[in-house]
Design a protein around this ligand. Structure first.
Ligand code: BG6
Length: 519
């Protein structure tokens, strides 16, 4: 089949529909970051605050208290933050904005498991609140090891630091991973909800901070032409790939206890599935959107023991070459046992048992050290009847694919067949594609801006509700159980730089399908 792709030479003129309603500033607040000396604060949270300020979305009455075990003074914290902001890849070069953020930073050395520390924290919050006029509002951000989530919330509660009165709010943002399996996720929910109301809790999944992920809803429900064919009658299958070219990047200690399934599937990949497959919500309010997402998660067909054997694939990388560079095998990574059976690749076939999707397979695949960094959702439509083209030299008609490119080259493309010019009737597969950059230019975005901003505004639409987290773990738990009972027999089973184990290809090919590995 011929592949003819025509690239525009010059980017098309933007035709974005502007929203002229002004975007409100976030309300005054103090943000307390637990685990502030860690990587997340440096790589994501501070740059996101910079971007929010630059966009005029942070209140003048805003301050940060970084809290962590490492001893540091306010000045040291500020100096470090300034250096990190000015030096980071995205180039936060507007020094006035950097200074604005840095001046609002405070630091408290704190042992999160010690009750005494919370009296001191309370006093610090009160002082910062007075100095910056943050209205008594506090956003706690738990960027710590997950075993501290419940401890911190419990202590905050005991110290009276989560109590709200009048308009004064107290909210807690909880980082990933939320639980290690179904039981621990349920326990964590119970512990957090013993102190906080569900509306005070913001369980983060950074995939929902990505523009292209948010755009799935806009694309589906802001256009009239896709929704009528968005169902089992027209769609053959859906495939979701999140492939990474990096390995465990020094996180061997965490990753070896997690593995690809826990690390990516019940959270990031399930977000993509729910947005792609949910029914139209009655509004974009947090209740309405999350109700529909939750219904999808509850409708995923449970995996029985046999299903796990037939419809899941796990892999672990051995040594290989990625993008021209030699890579050691997973078992040679720092803090990874030499006989580790942790999977670095997973592929699944699952079904959503409802009227829209019954019998339509959803294929998911994610892995480390694959040939290409790409997160994308492919909607593959059913083939047209072959009959008209029986006498033409086409082996098979290419299926129409709608591809939502989540990252790194954000955009949407649609492939279809067209006649190749010439006296014979021959068909080629052509592509129409839209690239975000062409229309909207490069955006400086860490993915955390919208999430932080929404948490300050009190909009939980892009955060996980307790029932959603538990429903996701319910789907994954039988897989974890079967995999645990039957350890893999031949790990490593794919070379770094390849598309995972051969069984992942078989998962598709036994039904005449194939993964999209292309551009
Ligand atoms: C994290 C996982 O949640 O998501 C990492 O723990 C993974 O292992 C990362 O690399 C992927 O996120 P992104 O935004 O780079 O696709």
């Amino acid at each position: 089949m011929h592949q003819t792709t025509r690239q525009e030479e010059t980017p098309p003129a933007p035709t974005a529909v502007e929203d002229h309603r002004s975007t409100p500033q976030a309300p005054p607040c103090t943000m307390v970051i637990f685990g502030a000396s860690g990587d997340l604060t440096k790589r994501k949270l501070l740059p996101a605050l910079y971007n929010l300020r630059k966009a005029g979305l942070l209140s003048d009455h805003f301050a940060v208290i970084g809290a962590a075990r490492s001893g540091m003074t306010d000045d040291e914290f500020r100096r470090q933050a300034k250096e990190d902001l000015l030096g980071c890849d995205e180039g936060h070069s507007d020094e006035a904005v950097v200074d604005w953020v840095v001046l609002r930073l405070h630091y408290l050395t704190l042992d999160a498991s010690s009750p005494a520390a919370y009296g001191e924290l309370g006093a610090r919050i009160a002082a910062v609140d007075k100095d910056h006029g943050t209205g008594g509002n506090v956003l706690y951000y738990l960027a710590t090891a997950p075993n501290l989530f419940a401890v911190i919330v419990q202590q905050l509660g005991d110290a009276g630091l989560t109590a709200e009165d009048g308009d004064r709010w107290r909210r807690v943002v909880v980082e990933k991973p939320f639980g290690h399996d179904l039981e621990s996720a349920r326990a964590l929910n119970r512990e957090l909800l013993a102190v906080l109301d569900e509306r005070q809790l913001y369980r983060i999944d950074h995939y929902l901070g990505k523009e292209t992920v948010q755009n799935i809803l806009a694309f589906r429900f802001g256009n009239g032409i896709f929704e009528p064919i968005w169902n089992r009658r027209y769609i053959d299958h859906v495939q979701i790939t999140a492939s990474e070219t990096v390995g465990v990047e020094g996180r061997g200690g965490y990753y070896d206890g997690s593995g690809a399934l826990r690390d990516m599937v019940p959270n990031h990949l399930f977000q993509l599935i729910t947005l792609v497959s949910m029914e139209p919500p009655i509004s974009f309010g947090s209740g309405a959107v999350r109700d529909e997402q939750s219904k999808v998660l509850h409708a995923i067909q449970p995996f029985g023991g046999e299903d796990v054997l037939r419809r899941t694939v796990r892999g672990q990388y051995g040594a290989g070459i990625v993008k021209g560079a030699k890579q050691p095998g997973y078992r040679a990574e720092d803090k990874v046992p030499a006989d580790s059976n942790t999977e670095t690749f997973v592929a699944l076939e699952l079904y959503i048992d409802n009227w829209r999707w019954a019998d339509v397979p959803f294929y998911l695949r994610t892995g480390k050290l694959l040939p290409k960094r790409e997160t994308e959702v492919t909607i593959q439509f059913k083939r047209p009847p072959f009959v008209l083209f029986r006498d033409t030299p086409v082996e098979t008609l290419a299926p129409n694919q709608l591809v939502i490119h989540i990252q790194p080259d954000e955009g949407i493309s649609l492939s279809f067949s067209a006649k190749i010019p010439g006296p014979q009737l021959r068909l080629g597969n052509v592509n129409m594609s839209f690239a975000y950059n062409d229309y909207f230019g490069e955006q400086s975005n860490t993915g955390y801006e919208r999430l932080l901003y929404d948490a300050m505004l009190g909009d939980a639409t892009l955060f996980q509700r307790a029932d959603m987290v538990e429903a996701a773990w319910c789907v994954v738990q039988p897989i974890l159980d079967v995999w645990k009972a039957l350890p893999p027999r031949r790990f490593p089973n794919y070379a770094a730089g390849t598309w995972g184990p051969a069984e992942a290809e078989e998962l598709m090919s036994r039904r005449g399908r194939e993964w999209r590995n292309g551009d």
